[in-house]
Design a protein around this ligand. Structure first.
Ligand code: UFG
Length: 327
């Protein structure tokens, strides 16, 4: 029998890509999702258990029924602006929800967890590229809750033997290379889908938030990482834990940064059309540059991004969006 992995948030963007990667590698992904932000149609590689992280008994039931060997924990709200406007919601869902999961996992004796953390735990970085040893000083409740969960995992490891890998994503983007799943957020706030929606005339233009950053073209720089590369890193993390290795935390990025203007230029070349844009003020809380040093992931997992050139990210996201428009 294939080993079952509980995937919280498996109906979401990154979680659904991880489920596909798990199934392809011979695992059985069991999705636990309340569908508040995820999509039933994205659950295609194993059963869906509809439930909320706050419902510890339901989590225990899911873990026991499917004889789960490990957990991948994606379920979370992930809008920085929303977290500033409504921190209570983020502390309750992301932090209290994760604590409920950790207690359920402890109760049934599962001892391996891969956790979706974020570069938002670093806050405003002091240097670039960012190493894992950089100070973690989040500047919003979203980043605070992710960091608090990393710390809880550390102490649960010390006290109860739970081993974990925290994966600090930089900017997830792109869609499944085979076009089966992709990004669908409501509302959409991320740059790549917004640029492509403007290309498809589903919105009048894309806003460029800030043209006065201390960067070569004045716009902010991010490290865009293909969602399929993220999914692959989760598999490596799982295998690392299954091999009995110690808990760790790793950056997932490419080590290369791209400005907002560069993203728009590559999108114009991929789509073969001009994309209307409007230059506006900076968005509050956006750092000028966020670029990963991904070398620890290469050393510990032998992982590196393979499909995260901007061309592939944008081409796969565009193919997905066109498919969604047609439906
Ligand atoms: N941007 C625009 N116009 C837009 C949207 C975004 O110019 O319409 C810019 C942003 O200012 C930023 C870049 O494009 O410089 C990327 O913005 P995204 O909103 O796509 O992504 P973020 O870098 O803000 O957010 C990502 C993750 C978050 C995580 C954060 C850490 O999506 O989950 O990195 O800072 F918290």
């Amino acid at each position: 029998m294939s080993q079952s992995v509980l995937v919280t948030g498996g109906a979401g963007y990154i979680g659904s890509h991880a489920c596909k990667a798990l199934a392809r590698a011979g695992y059985q992904p069991v999705v636990f999702d309340n569908l508040s932000r995820g999509h039933r149609e994205a659950v295609r590689w194993g059963p869906l258990i509809e439930g909320d992280l706050a419902d510890r008994n339901r989590l225990v039931m899911a873990l026991e029924t499917h004889q789960v060997a490990a957990v991948m924990h994606f379920a979370a709200y992930a809008y920085v602006g929303e977290s500033v406007a409504d921190p209570a919601m983020y502390y309750r869902n992301n932090l209290a929800g994760s604590l409920s999961l950790l207690e359920a996992v402890r109760e049934v004796g599962v001892d391996k967890m891969v956790f979706s953390s974020s570069c938002a735990t670093y806050g405003i970085p002091v240097g670039s590229p960012i190493r894992e040893s950089a100070p973690q000083l989040p500047v919003n409740p979203y980043g605070e809750t992710k960091l608090a969960i990393e710390r809880a995992l550390h102490w649960f490891g010390q006290a109860y033997g739970l081993r974990s890998v925290s994966l600090r994503y930089f900017n997830a983007a792109g869609a499944d290379l085979e076009g089966e799943i992709g990004e669908f957020h409501e509302p959409e706030t991320h740059l790549v889908p917004l640029v492509l929606q403007a290309a498809l005339k589903r919105r009048p233009h894309v806003d460029i938030y800030g043209t006065d950053y201390p960067t070569a073209d004045g716009t902010a720089i991010r490290d865009y990482i293909h969602v399929g590369d993220l999914a692959e890193a989760h598999l490596r993390a799982l295998e690392y834990l299954c091999a009995g290795r110690e808990s760790t935390a790793l950056n997932l990025g490419t080590g290369r940064g791209h400005s907002v203007r560069e993203v728009i230029a590559v999108a114009e070349s991929v789509c073969g059309r001009a994309i209307p844009r409007r230059e506006t003020a900076r968005r509050a809380g956006d750092p000028a540059v966020l670029v990963a040093d991904p070398s620890r992931a290469a050393e510990q997992f032998g992982w590196r991004a393979r499909n995260s050139d901007l061309q592939t990210i944008i081409a796969t996201a565009f193919a997905w969006l066109q498919r969604c428009v047609k439906q």
